[in-house]
Design a binder for this molecule. Structure first.
Ligand SMILES: *Cc1c(COP(=O)(O)O)cnc(C)c1O
Length: 461
């Protein structure tokens, strides 16, 4: 009975708190105006509840904080590096580990080593930094996600899966010469935080093996993906999360990790691989861009927090709480009649802007307009995952209208309570009730890469 009641309750006590407060309406209007209507540019201290990202925003545990005090700040061969390496070997089974300062640092190192101009990199809805790095190397990302993922309300267990037919078509068209690797993002962040099944990853591995194409796991949320596999995939319900992580990693030649997600640290990442050859080809770029191979742009203490966080991230009580907490917000919003992408993702709830603001055309960025109003009404910060994020087509220079025009409400790990989420739900409903009066946005400043971070806007007349 106790276990039944326990279910998705917070499996921790809180022993340090950080006050938050809501700026006045007048101040919120000013802050938004000063930010060029882009909530990315508002100072954190002026946000009440920050659902911009789950990246590096988690609360570390007492064990992780204690680990910070055990930092060995030796330039080469820090003890903490060996602890990290042991954790990665134990959980994921990869022999070689190259620390990097965060996920995109890992991508930069790996992509520099492997991608040449004219290459293509197939995958399932590449994350924005992944796609940007591929394009920076003059390569191209090709989306091979299953078609069902484009339906925001189709209730399927693994909407992050790759379409093997699409993938094989890419392999046939470009061949090994033009495809340095395929990337599988699990869970699939830009596709709604949706998981990829173990069966699908195994088939991708098998198919890619036949064509001699390596496969890379973008594993920022591998632990959340493992939990979904355990809960949703036939025959997996009794397998420990750690074993599922091993089985997952076994499908891949290499992995890039943003430890700011499932390793629950504020900064950190790594490349891991079982291949000496791949490790040797990336390690010199690691030294060039990130730092020596045993620290990769991080302090020893950061490596220690990461090593400890990797274990906390695969703890099943934690994952039950984590996935349940996110689902709680999703169910609440859905019960209020809000258009919520379904099923809920592992780290975030996504609102469908095509339903929410149907009168704002995609090139007037309905998601940005929503985020501006959500902040004005409540001090809550969400983030657009839509046409602004999608950027422009490198060949035509035109906006790429997003298949799914979304706003993401991203839940930091172990930071907000269920009551905070109740407030968020009410705030979204408030914007819903005034949606007919909301106008679109027009760009006034647009940076050439990753424009969503610093673009500025004005309201359309
Ligand atoms: C966050 C993220 C990255 C990039 O990692 P950073 O640590 O933010 O640089 C790459 N892929 C996915 C799926 C991510 O969620």
């Amino acid at each position: 009975m106790g276990e039944e009641i326990f279910r998705d309750m917070e499996p921790f006590r809180i022993k340090m708190v950080e006050p938050i407060h809501l700026p006045s309406r007048e101040d919120r209007e000013r802050f938004l105006e000063e930010a060029g209507l882009n909530v990315f540019l508002i100072r954190g201290e002026n946000i009440l509840i920050d659902l911009l990202t789950d990246s590096g925003t988690g609360a570390m545990s007492d064990r992780q904080w204690a680990g910070l005090m055990m930092g060995d700040e030796t330039y080469a061969g820090s003890r903490n590096f060996y602890n990290l390496e042991a954790a990665v070997r134990d959980i994921l089974g990869f022999e070689y580990v190259l620390p990097c300062h965060q996920g995109r640092g890992a991508e930069n190192v790996l992509h520099t080593a492997l991608i040449k101009a004219g290459d293509v990199v197939p995958g399932n809805t590449h994350f924005d930094t992944t796609k940007a790095h591929i394009e920076h190397k003059k390569g191209r990302a090709i989306d091979c996600t299953i078609d069902e993922a484009a339906d925001p309300y189709l209730d399927l267990p693994f909407k992050g899966n790759l379409d093997l037919k699409k993938l094989e078509d890419v392999y046939k068209q470009y061949g090994r010469e033009k495809i340095p690797f395929t990337v599988v993002t699990a869970t699939c962040n830009s596709g709604g935080g949706q998981p990829v099944s173990l069966e699908n990853m195994r088939k991708v591995a098998e198919l890619s093996g036949r064509y001699g194409i390596p496969v890379c796991l973008d594993g920022a949320r591998f632990a959340e993906n493992c939990y979904f596999i355990k809960k949703r995939e036939k025959g997996m319900e009794n397998m420990p999360i750690k074993d599922i992580a091993r089985e997952t990693a076994a499908c891949f030649d290499m992995m890039t990790m943003s430890s700011k997600k499932d390793a629950i640290v504020n900064i950190g990442g790594f490349i891991a691989t079982g291949s000496r050859e791949i490790y040797d080809s990336v390690k010199n770029f690691g030294i060039l861009f990130e730092g020596f191979v045993t620290y990769g742009g991080l302090a020893g203490r950061d490596l220690e927090a990461m090593a400890r966080g990797l274990y906390e991230g695969i703890d099943e009580d934690y994952l039950t709480y984590r996935i349940g907490h996110v689902r709680y917000l999703g169910e609440k919003l859905r019960n209020m009649g809000m258009p919520v992408l379904w099923p809920p993702g592992g780290h975030a709830i996504y609102l469908d802007m095509k339903e929410f603001l149907p009168n704002i055309p995609q090139d007037q960025f309905p998601g940005m307009a929503f985020c501006a109003h959500l902040y004005l009404e409540s001090g809550v910060r969400g983030v657009e995952i839509g046409t602004l994020l999608n950027g422009r087509d490198p060949d035509t220079g035109m906006n790429r209208p997003a298949k799914l025009e979304l706003v993401r409400l991203t839940i930091p790990r172990r930071v907000y309570t269920h009551r905070h989420l109740d407030y968020v739900a009410k705030a979204v409903k408030k914007v819903w009730d005034m949606r007919d009066s909301i106008r679109g946005l027009e760009l006034t400043e647009e940076p050439p890469v990753l424009r969503h971070f610093t673009a500025r806007f004005k309201w359309v007349e």
